[in-house]
Design a protein around this ligand. Structure first.
Ligand code: FEO
Length: 403
């Protein structure tokens, strides 16, 4: 087992020693169509240091990669940049195998690790801005509280200018290549955006603030080494620029029409709304929820400025898939959206009102009266749907033109 895994050299002193999870498809409700990696990094300094661990079932793989470079027992320090279990789940077994002198985390990280694992080993709370000597080089810590957990922090290694950024700038992408410049740029763009939309979107104002603070930190960053997906060693401005743009959520003419249907009536309405949107200059994207995963809807919302939601009424309620996606999107707090609600019904028709209520809670600006159709839409009803699409498009045009 041990001989099957190798480490990947990142700089003279840093090796990637993480794990590749080719088959995971569900990451707490996020569809990870391309799998993921749990990145851990070994720093070969006077005090050998491990940055983060991996999800619990992958500890042996990580230890094998470490053993390809050094005896795991030679590790002095472990730094936990993030307490979520895809990075800390392997910590108890790693402590057992390595017996490090010290383990470091942010103050809230030390608390969170204690609450997760009830460790016997004391965790040293690293202060924001504090520097830890590794002998011939040093590691400094930058708290990134709520990006995306209270405990989150970055670690920065002087030697080679490596920023270990935990989840930030990462993506769920299993690949045999370890560096972003070796991977198809379209895949990187899509998976990076999907990660941002599903993990970081609700924290966009903190992302903007952090990006503004980065120059003030005075760090000479040559490499960004996240905890998921590829390592950035070229053109760092590109991923930093993408983050700035995603955090901004600037207006575009894209409109996402999210719906589900029982007997095709709500689907017919959605298609007519889509045609109306297109005819008035918007770019519609129709997503039927039994063909589209909630995390893919979130990804499409990232650069859309209209959210139009449709549902039939089932047992006096919104259709379950629509309720699911609305709950998910509400938690992600997308900003600057306009929208509308629509749906078909047989006798009571509560679903559309329930959608309206949730969109209002999400601060979506409802630009048209909701549309309800009994049983099956006739030509007149479809014309109303078409007109609804045009109304939404008109508002999008107005918003984009005023920017
Ligand atoms: Fe990759 Fe927030 O854990």
């Amino acid at each position: 087992m041990r001989q099957a895994f190798e480490a990947v050299q990142v700089t003279d002193s840093v090796h990637w020693v993480g794990a590749i999870d080719w088959s995971v498809r569900d990451f707490h409700g996020y569809l990870t169509s391309r799998g993921t990696t749990y990145n851990a990094y070994l720093i070969l300094a006077d005090e050998i240091t491990l940055i983060d661990t991996v999800k619990a079932p992958f500890v042996e793989e990580m230890l094998a990669r470490i053993a390809a470079v050094v005896d795991p027992g030679d590790i002095s320090y472990i730094v936990s940049d993030h307490a979520e279990m895809d990075h800390s789940g392997g910590l108890p077994a790693t402590i057992e195998a390595v017996r490090p002198e010290k383990i470091f985390a942010s103050a809230l990280g030390a608390k969170a690790l204690g609450e997760h694992f009830r460790l016997d080993h004391k965790i040293v709370a690293a202060k924001n801005g504090e520097s830890l000597s590794l002998g011939n080089t040093s590691l400094s810590f930058v708290e990134t509280r709520m990006l995306h957990w209270p405990d989150s922090m970055f670690s920065y290694l002087d030697d080679g200018g490596v920023l270990f950024s935990q989840d930030a700038f990462g993506m769920h992408l299993a690949s045999s290549q370890r560096f972003a410049d070796e991977i198809d740029q379209d895949i990187l763009g899509y998976e990076g955006a999907k990660y941002y939309a599903n993990i970081l979107l609700p924290l966009s104002s903190l992302v903007t603030k952090l990006l503004q603070q980065v120059p003030e930190l005075g760090l000479d960053i040559n490499i960004i080494a996240p905890d998921h997906g590829p390592i950035w060693r070229e053109d760092l401005g590109k991923i930093l620029g993408s983050y700035a743009q995603w955090a901004e959520q600037t207006p575009t003419k894209k409109a996402v029409v999210v719906y589900d249907t029982m007997w095709q009536s709500t689907a017919l309405m959605a298609r007519a709304i889509g045609e109306g949107l297109r005819s008035a200059g918007a770019v519609p994207k129709l997503m039927q929820l039994r063909a589209s995963h909630r995390s893919d809807v979130a990804t499409e919302i990232l650069d859309a400025r209209a959210l139009v939601v449709g549902s039939p009424t089932m047992n006096n309620n919104i259709f379950p898939t629509v309720a699911d996606v609305l709950t998910y999107l509400k938690g992600l707090k997308p900003r600057n959206l306009v929208g509308a609600a629509f749906g078909s019904y047989g006798w009571s028709g509560e679903a559309v009102g329930q959608i309206e209520e949730t969109l209002t809670e999400m601060k979506v600006d409802l630009v048209a009266a909701s549309l309800m159709v009994k049983y099956v839409p006739d030509d007149a009803a479809l014309a109303q749907c078409y007109a609804l699409g045009q109304q939404v498009a008109a508002r999008l045009n107005q918003t984009c033109d005023s920017k």
